[in-house]
Ligand binder design. Structure first.
Ligand SMILES: [Zn+2]
Length: 620
């Protein structure tokens, strides 16, 4: 088949799928003929905006046509014609090799692209993971020599179906031959060379018996887990005993992601090793325990908080990597919109006294905002003192205290002493009860600036919760300067982001009327090596800043309902809600529709994006 005919063949399929019509194909052919440098037809169709790359790939998968790899590469614009000719020449000079291998080895394309295209060509799934979740039970039912010879491993997909993951499915035996070797129903998939190799090696190792789990293996495994977590910016490692295996998951950008399965036999030795490192009692297996590890990462000490929790299948271990959560940020780097940042500085932090509350659920980035604010206030003429449980970042020039009830440094005791230290700024890690709330308010009444965090859903919820703690409304209204509510949303991976034009139904779920909002375009990631195939990389902060003004203070004293206070805030203070800030950031392509639905409270109808941009000082 010539390249030209491959192009028209694919164009025909696109017509059959109803994605384009003949008129567009004819127009693209005319454009193609006039181009100074020859371009494949499919690339021209894409450039004209008639079809998206995804649609082409999906069509090829649906139709499963027989097109040679080289033709597919050039037609989709992945490889230039001259590069293909050079690769073909090399291929000819090295009999016995595959074209794909030549292309990757000589860096014409990377493995990722190659496997992706083979998966399109053969209409099979591409398992992008570096570590495959091998179905070991099934693996044991297939002769190990066969797996090694075919270079494949059995894995389960998300819906539990069996897949045979081949490194090179083009050389896989025909289905009827495979059926004689593999029991039951299965489909074919393609996986990375490295992933298949590692999985095959692991299968060859004898199944670990409790007595055979060597100490050095366990020590290496624990170190490997911590090192991987540190390298990937993971905040927590979960090691969970299940009925038949030990599952390792890691929280990355706020979401728990499965990493690997370990043999169940390894559980006891692994937990014991971590207990020794954490100073916990290894003989005690039925009670919950906690501990701490100062892990030495090439001379750099990393603080790990460990919790052991007794479950029906054994002890579950969670390791929290404190210093790994995020680096100390300048408040300008928190991701606030221009007007939001300006308000935080001028109306909140530059005000000499009063309480500032940062609220949000666990993992919403409160601490990062708190530290960013401390950093902003930190100067040689200001005395800053903290009571934290525990200290998460050490900041030069301020006085930080880590609460440690075990040695008698309790929260109450520390707060009693803190005001006697002649501070200008007092940081209370968290308001957790009436005592700490009273301390914060008393300190503000005596002219101190108090920064603290609070566990509530949104800014108005923060005010109301103080009321419910039996604190007089007039005390709250005269001391609280500002409530910041926040969330961290996952950021769409820039490397694999695609436009997402919202459907009317999705627009409705955001609280808009589809009749008012004609078009809303967000982005979502499709998954690539850069983002570990999650479609997201990093996080972006979403903020709602309520600066209390007279109408809000009055409403509070008069014990208005949260609905009324909310309305007053929007009208008089120009407050932009969490949902609204999220919508603006999604419209900038930073986060996705799914993240907004997953994390932001949708209490009120949001205002139109253009109006929000104006309120936030965003140039649209
Ligand atoms: Zn990506």
């Amino acid at each position: 088949m010539t390249t030209a005919s491959v192009g028209t063949l694919i164009a025909d399929l696109l017509v059959q799928e109803g994605l384009i019509d003949q008129e567009k194909v004819r127009y693209a052919l005319r454009v193609q003929a006039k181009l100074p440098r020859s371009q494949p037809l499919v690339a021209v169709l894409q450039d004209l905006g008639y079809v998206a790359e995804d649609q082409v790939r999906q069509t090829l998968r649906n139709r499963r046509v027989d097109i040679r790899l080289g033709d597919l590469l050039t037609e989709l614009g992945v490889l230039s014609d001259s590069d293909l000719q050079s690769a073909l020449a090399l291929h000819k000079s090295r009999p016995g090799t595959k074209l794909g291998q030549i292309l990757v080895e000589n860096s014409f394309i990377n493995e990722e692209t190659l496997l992706d295209l083979i998966s399109v060509q053969l209409a099979i799934p591409f398992l992008r993971m570096d570590r495959l979740l091998v179905d070991e039970q099934m693996a044991r039912r297939i002769h190990p020599g066969n797996l090694r010879k075919m270079r494949c491993v059995p894995v389960r997909d998300d819906s539990g179906d069996l897949l045979l993951a081949f490194e090179d499915p083009l050389s896989a035996p025909p289905h009827d031959v495979l059926e004689k070797v593999v029991p039951g129903q299965f489909d074919i998939a393609i996986a990375r060379h490295h992933a298949v190799e590692t999985a095959l090696e692991n299968l060859q190792k004898p199944p670990a018996k409790a007595t055979q789990v060597s100490e050095s293996l366990v020590v290496r495994k624990v170190n490997e887990l911590v090192e991987t977590a540190l390298a990937d910016g993971v905040s927590d490692i979960h090691i969970e005993p299940l009925k038949d295996r030990l599952r390792v998951r890691m929280r990355q950008d706020g979401v728990l992601v499965p990493r690997e399965d370990l043999p169940k036999d390894m559980a006891r030795a692994l937990v014991s090793r971590i207990k020794i490192m954490a100073g916990a009692d290894i003989a005690e297996r039925r009670r919950h325990q906690d501990g701490r590890i100062l892990y030495d990462q090439g001379g750099n000490k990393v603080d790990l908080r460990i919790s052991f929790y007794s479950t029906v299948f054994g002890e579950k271990t969670v390791m929290r990597l404190l210093n790994n959560r995020s680096r100390l940020l300048d408040i300008a780097e928190l991701g606030m919109q221009p007007r939001t940042l300006q308000r935080l500085k001028e109306d909140v932090l530059d005000v000499p006294s009063g309480v500032t509350l940062v609220t949000g659920p666990t993992g919403s980035g409160k601490t990062t905002t708190l530290y960013g604010s401390i950093n902003y206030l930190n100067n040689p003429n200001t005395s800053i003192i903290t009571a934290e449980d525990p200290v998460e970042y050490v900041i030069e020039g301020i006085n930080q205290c880590s609460i440690n009830a075990k040695i008698g440094i309790t929260f109450e005791e520390t707060l009693r002493h803190i005001v006697r230290q002649d501070p200008d700024v007092i940081v209370i890690g968290e308001i957790r009860d009436k005592f700490s709330a009273d301390t914060a308010i008393q300190a503000a009444l005596t002219g101190h600036k108090v920064l603290t965090t609070f566990h509530t859903e949104d800014s108005i919820g923060g005010l109301l919760r103080l009321l419910h703690m039996d604190i007089e409304a007039f005390l709250i209204s005269s001391t609280v300067v500002c409530v910041v509510a926040q969330r961290l949303l996952r950021k769409v991976c820039d490397q694999c982001a695609r436009e997402h034009v919202l459907a009317p139904d999705e627009i409705r779920r955001l609280g808009y009327n589809p009749a008012d909002v004609r078009r809303l375009v967000f982005r979502r990631g499709t998954g690539c090596a850069h983002c570990n195939f999650l479609g997201y990389r990093g996080r972006v902060g979403i903020y709602e800043i309520l600066v209390l003004d007279e109408p809000v203070r009055d409403a509070l004293i008069n014990r208005k309902t949260s609905y009324e206070i909310r309305r007053i805030c929007a009208d008089s203070t120009g407050m932009v809600t969490l949902l609204e800030d999220g919508l603006v950031k999604a419209s900038e392509g930073l986060t996705s529709f799914e993240e907004i639905i997953r994390t932001l409270p949708r209490l009120d109808k949001p205002r139109p994006i253009a109006e929000l941009n104006r309120l936030l000082g965003v140039r649209s």
